[in-house]
Design a protein around this ligand. Structure first.
Ligand code: FES
Ligand SMILES: [Fe+2]
Length: 455
C-alpha cells in the first residue's frame, strides 16, 4: 500500500512527488512508488561498529549466509575465467565453468587446504600449486598425483564444495550458505524497479577502491542519506533538494531519491534558476555555458535537456523518452547488506566490505556502469588507491572525487568518536535517516537473531 509519511515529518519545500508533477517528460511508474517505513525511534547501539564480538557475529550470521555481489558477469566472459571474491577471512573462487554456468567455491584445496588461486585469471582446470591436486571447472575431482597413496579418497567425496550462485542485472551474486533462499526470492520484485535502466547491458567504465579507516557500516552509511549534504557538501545546496529526499523501504532493498535542479530548503534564500545552474556548472567544472536560465524557466528542465544531449550520442534517441527526474536525480538503491546500484543513468554502484579481518577498516568501491555504443568496451580493472591517495587521485571519478573526499573526511572521525563516546547509542532522524534504520533492522534479524532475515 502506498502512503505518505505523517505531515509533521515532511521537510518544508516541494515534495519529491510534487516535483515529479512538473516533469517535462513522462515519469516512469517506478518513481511514483512510495514506501515509507516507520521502524521506531530507538537509538542504534554503537557496539556494532566497535565490538569484536559483533564483528564475529557478522562473519558467522551475515557474511557466511547472505547473498552478496561478487563480480560482474562480464568480468569472467570466457569458460575458465575466474576471479577471487574476498570477504573478511573468507576467499571464494568465482569461475565460469561453462558458457552459461558460473560456479563459486571456497578458495581452498581439499588436500591440505592451500588457497587454490591467489590472483584472478583463466585456467582449464583448478590445480593446486602445493601438491598438484586438480579439479575440473565444474568442481569434479580431476587429478590426484600419486593416486596409489590416496585410495581412501573417492571422487564423489572430493568434489569442491559449492556456494550458491545467482545473477541479477549482469551482477554475479554468491551465497556461501547452501540452505539460503534462492536469489530471486531474496531480491523480491527488484526487477520491476530496474527494468527500464537495464544495468545488464552496460560495461564497467571505472572501478575505484580505497581502504577506509572506519567500520564498513560507517563508510556505507555516509552514502545512505542526503541529510549530511548541508554540512559536508554545502557547495551543492543551491541545486540539490537534500531534505526533500524521498526514502522508500521494501524488504531486502530500499532507496533514497534526492532531487536535483531544486534548491535545498535549508538555504536562507532561495537561489534564482540561473544561480542554480551556475552552481551546478561550477561544481562539475562543466565547460558547457548555456544562455542564462530565466526565472520563468526551470533549471531542472534545462539541466535535464543538457544531460539528454550528452547521452544522445551514446544511448541514441531513446533519451528523448527519459524523464527530467531520471536525468537530474540521485536514485540510490541499496540491496541488503552492502550493495548500492543506482537507478537511472548516474552510472554509480557502491559496495562496502570489511577490510580483511579488521572491523575498524573497510573497503569502499565505486563502480561506473556505463551504456556504450557499438562493440562492448573491456571492463576497467580495479584502481586501488593507496593510503596516501584520496579520491581525487582517481581522475576517472571526475568531479565525484572531490565530493567523496568530503565524505571520506568524516568517516575515520566517526569511528574515533564512537570509540570515545559515553553515549551507548546513535540517534537517527525518523524519516531522512530511515534507510540507515532499515539496514540496522535487517542486521538485527541476521546478526543478532542469527535468523536468515525472514525473506
Ligand atoms: S594442499 Fe593442495 S595439493 Fe596439497
Ligand atoms: Fe556525501
Amino acid at each position: 500500500m502506498s502512503h505518505s509519511p505523517p505531515s509533521n515529518r515532511r521537510s518544508p519545500g516541494i515534495s519529491y512527488q510534487e516535483l515529479l508533477d512538473t516533469d517535462t517528460h513522462p515519469v516512469p511508474d517506478v518513481l511514483r512508488l512510495e514506501s515509507p517505513r516507520d521502524l521506531g525511534s530507538d537509538d542504534i547501539s554503537i557496539d556494532r561498529y566497535i565490538s569484536r564480538d559483533w564483528h564475529e557475529a557478522e562473519v558467522e550470521n551475515l557474511w557466511r549466509r547472505v547473498w552478496q555481489f561478487a563480480c560482474r558477469e562480464d568480468d569472467i566472459p570466457e569458460v575458465g575465467d575466474y576471479v577471487l571474491y574476498e570477504i573478511v577471512r573468507d576467499s571464494y573462487l568465482v569461475v565460469r565453468a561453462a558458457p552459461d554456468t558460473i560456479k563459486a567455491y571456497p578458495n581452498a584445496c581439499l588436500h591440505r587446504g592451500r588457497r587454490l588461486k591467489d590472483y584472478p585469471g583463466r585456467c582449464s582446470e583448478l590445480r593446486c600449486s602445493f601438491h598438484g591436486f586438480a579439479w575440473a571447472l565444474d568442481g569434479r575431482l580431476a587429478n590426484v598425483p600419486a593416486r596409489w597413496d590416496f585410495e581412501h579418497v573417492t571422487d564423489d567425496e572430493f568434489s569442491l564444495p559449492e556456494c550458491q550462485v545467482g545473477t541479477w542485472a549482469g551482477f554475479v551474486m554468491i551465497n556461501p550458505d547452501p540452505a539460503a533462499e534462492p536469489l530471486a526470492d531474496f531480491l523480491g520484485d527488484i526487477d520491476t524497479h530496474f527494468d527500464r535502466w537495464d544495468l545488464a547491458n552496460r560495461y564497467t567504465q571505472a572501478h575505484v577502491a580505497k581502504v577506509i579507516d572506519a567500520n564498513w557500516k560507517i563508510a556505507q552509511e555516509a552514502f545512505c542519506e542526503a541529510f549530511h549534504v548541508n554540512a559536508t557538501h554545502p557547495q551543492i545546496l543551491p541545486y540539490l533538494g537534500d531534505t526533500n529526499t524521498q526514502v522508500d523501504v521494501w524488504e531486502n532493498f530500499a532507496r533514497a531519491i534526492s532531487p536535483g535542479g531544486t534548491p535545498s530548503p535549508l538555504l536562507d534564500r532561495t537561489p534564482t534558476q540561473d544561480e542554480m545552474m551556475r552552481s551546478m556548472l561550477d561544481v562539475r567544472h562543466d565547460e558547457d555555458s548555456p544562455r542564462p536560465v530565466g526565472e520563468d524557466e526551470s533549471m531542472r528542465a534545462v539541466g535535464a535537456a543538457m544531460s539528454r544531449d550528452r547521452w544522445r550520442p551514446i544511448a541514441g534517441d531513446v533519451v528523448d523518452g527519459w524523464s527530467d527526474a531520471e536525468m537530474m536525480d540521485s536514485i540510490d538503491y541499496t540491496i541488503f547488506p552492502n550493495f548500492h546500484p543506482w537507478g537511472s543513468f548516474n552510472r554509480i554502484v557502491y559496495r562496502f566490505r570489511p577490510f580483511g579481518d579488521d572491523h575498524r577498516r573497510a573497503i569502499m568501491e565505486c563502480i561506473f556502469l556505463a551504456p556504450y555504443q557499438g562493440e562492448k568496451p573491456p571492463n576497467a580493472p580495479v584502481h586501488w588507491l593507496d593510503e596516501t591517495e584520496s579520491f581525487t587521485d582517481a581522475p576517472e571519478l571526475g568531479t565525484l572525487g572531490k565530493v567523496f573526499n568530503q565524505d571520506l573526511f568524516n568517516m575515520a572521525r566517526v569511528q574515533q568518536g564512537l570509540e570515545t563516546t559515553r553515549k551507548p547509542g546513535m540517534t537517527l532522524g525518523n524519516y531522512q535517516e530511515s534507510k540507515i534504520r532499515w539496514l540496522h533492522d535487517k542486521l538485527d534479524q541476521w546478526v543478532k537473531g542469527g535468523s536468515r532475515g525472514g525473506g
